[in-house]
Design a protein around this ligand. Structure first.
Ligand code: GLC
Length: 465
């Protein structure tokens, strides 16, 4: 939306918030209806259910930083691509010019979402606004967005929302609290936009008249959303009480919304889990580029990770993780009760880089056979076996064998287990594999060849009495 005046924009934002409240109050009643007209809010477990079942989602970092793609004034800039504005100390007025060059005519929301679905992912988290402040939708409170500032003039989030609805993929937004473009936020801190010591005296105005109206727009126009995934919460201006207030405000707008722990100040750096000294805002922890060593009973968490070394597109970053590695990471994370949010950084032409597509396809082929051992499972009850990982669901244990035993005998530490049957998940006939118990160890006899070189899944069905 073209910028009117700041005052008009604020009014629009405020009106929109009212509209959102009305829309969502109406929308959510359905899922809450008890029949007698009585309304019962979802419990936290009910609210988290789809997310815990999903286990696997796509992270998309896309914005103006895709245009420089890691190079500024002919120099390769170190570090993650979406930080180039800060790393290369690019003045706002100069960075803004990338908008005129952002024309991703190759963008096809339906293709992206089909790729996500084929990979076995259940949700997409895309950057509605990253730290640079540029918006991927037609925001009412700024013209620094895809419709007003670029030649593209197509609402990317609207197109994605439509495709997600069609393919039943949950749409979620990453949204940066830190904003290097807004004068009431970090913009005046140039050349150190990421200054964590200084405060902007007008920050509260940014929160009330810009950030919150924008969040209300996102919920009203593209909701109901799966997750709001905040980031950039480490700045001095943002506090835990503000995080808690924002969390409550958003849950009022959409009661079943899931919100990550970066909405407040709880997380322990890149480890991503909450500090244990207090109660912090947010529904799940956010380990970044790392996987916790063990499962974490009672804690929801999601590891976010890049396929190469950057979130936003960098033309020359070729340090790709292998598909095998990524599949095993998905299994490892699931075996510890977490979710995996795997990133792609599309090009300025609107394309997901080929190496990312290839990897998603290989993961998808594995998921086509083995997703039962991922979706809706919980952490391993037998820790981390030497040969691989384990997940659990109902009466089943899924043994993910990374190292196929050369003697054909898989040893499982399972005390007094009463096993009804064992079979290969890849075997449609579910032919029984012989199982023998010796004390606290079960031995499953396996065929000579692993059905999958990366991770073969054996299902153990336990007798339930
Ligand atoms: C970091 C970076 C950011 C990226 C995010 C993903 O916080 O600042 O650029 O979006 O990690 O988790």
């Amino acid at each position: 939306m073209t910028r009117t005046t700041l005052r008009q924009s604020v009014v629009i934002g405020t009106v929109l918030c009212g509209f959102v409240l009305a829309t969502f109050a109406g929308g959510c009643l359905e899922s809450f209806a008890l029949g007698s007209g009585e309304k019962k809010p979802l419990t936290d477990d009910e609210r988290m259910e789809w997310w815990r079942d999903a286990r696997f989602g796509l992270f998309v970092h896309w914005g103006l930083y895709a245009v420089p793609a890691g190079t500024y004034k002919g120099k390769r800039i170190d570090g993650i691509g979406e930080w180039i504005m800060h790393r290369a100390q690019i003045p706002v007025e100069e960075y803004e010019k990338y908008a005129a060059a952002f024309n991703p005519v190759g963008f096809n929301a339906d293709e992206w979402v089909r790729l996500v679905k084929q990979a076995g992912m259940k949700y997409i988290v895309i950057t509605s606004k990253h730290h640079d402040g540029f918006c991927l939708w037609d925001s009412a409170v700024t013209d620094y967005d895809i419709m007003d500032a670029t030649p593209f003039k197509r609402d990317i989030l609207a197109e994605l929302a439509k495709a997600c609805k069609k393919h039943k993929i949950k749409l979620c937004f990453y949204h940066s609290i830190m904003d290097w473009h807004h004068p009431d936020a970090q913009r005046p801190f140039y050349p150190n936009y990421n200054d964590t010591k200084r405060s902007n005296p007008n920050f509260e105005r940014y929160v009330e008249t810009y950030m919150k109206p924008q969040l209300a727009e996102l919920l009203a126009k593209y909701g109901p959303l799966g997750v709001l995934w905040f980031d950039g919460e480490w700045i001095k201006d943002w506090t835990e009480p503000q995080g808690k207030a924002l969390y409550a405000w958003l849950r009022d707008l959409q009661p079943d919304l899931i919100i990550n722990n970066r909405v407040g100040k709880g997380r322990k750096g890149m480890e991503g889990l909450n500090k244990s000294d207090d109660e912090y805002a947010g529904d799940f922890g956010t380990p970044e580029q790392q996987i916790p060593a063990t499962g974490l009973p009672g804690v929801d968490w999601e590891t976010c990770m890049t396929m190469n070394d950057t979130w936003g597109f960098k033309a020359y970053d070729d340090n790709w993780k292998s598909s095998e590695d990524l599949i095993r990471k998905l299994v490892d994370i699931t075996s510890k009760g977490g979710n995996f949010l795997l990133n792609v950084g599309p090009t300025p032409e609107g394309l997901i880089p080929q190496p990312s597509i290839q990897r998603l396809k290989v993961i998808g082929d594995w998921m086509a056979v083995n997703s039962e051992s991922i979706y809706g499972t919980t952490a391993s009850p037998i820790g981390k076996p030497d040969w691989g990982r384990c997940t659990a669901k109902g009466d089943k244990l899924y043994l993910h064998v990374f190292d196929w035993p050369s003697n054909g005998k898989l040893e499982v530490s399972l005390a007094q287990a009463d096993i009804a049957k064992a079979y290969l998940l890849a075997d449609k006939k579910k032919s029984a594999l012989p199982v023998a118990a010796h004390g606290d160890t079960l031995t499953v006899s396996l065929p000579g060849e692993a059905p999958d070189a990366v991770a073969s899944v054996i299902v153990l069905v336990q007798n339930t009495k």
